[in-house]
Design a protein around this ligand. Sequence first.
Ligand code: HEC
Length: 146
Amino acid sequence: MKKGCHVRGLPPRLGKDAPAILSVYAAPSDPIEPEQTLMKRILLPAASLALALAALPAAASGDAENGKALFYTCTGCHGIEDYKNAYPTYRVPKVGGQNEAYLVAALAAYKKGERKHPTMQAQAESFSDQEIADIAAYLSSVKKQK
Ligand code: HEC
């Protein structure tokens, strides 16, 4: 259950690869009609890149105070005091001190059903995007412990 759970739900890293992708498309090779060349090699890749970037989670500013209140119901499983779960036999990921964008992405994925887990989907579905941002702001502000 724990395995890989810090990787799932993360957006693809575009930053470093983007110029390489673009230059592959833009590289002059076989002769095509000029208008086609512009459309196919520059505009289309640029448009899909822009779409991909827009799909990245926006760095919404969350209200940590509200997030703290909302997280109250979560502490039964994600025991925040020592960032371990409340039940020794029930493994739950550590969410305190996590990266804010990661938390937003994880909760949004549960909400959309892209990431499947009955309890977490039910939890996330009850929140608005703003409330998810608030929770992420609170959790990421909690100091990390071992
Ligand atoms: C009944 C126990 C339970 C409750 C209550 C619960 N969670 Fe979870 N949570 C889990 C489990 C189990 C997972 C791991 C599920 C999986 O494998 O995807 C998880 C996963 C997560 C993750 C993803 C962590 C990661 O490392 O990817 C986040 C974020 C999260 N929970 C936040 C919350 C928030 C916020 C609440 C309260 C609104 C909450 N949880 C309530 C059990 C719970």
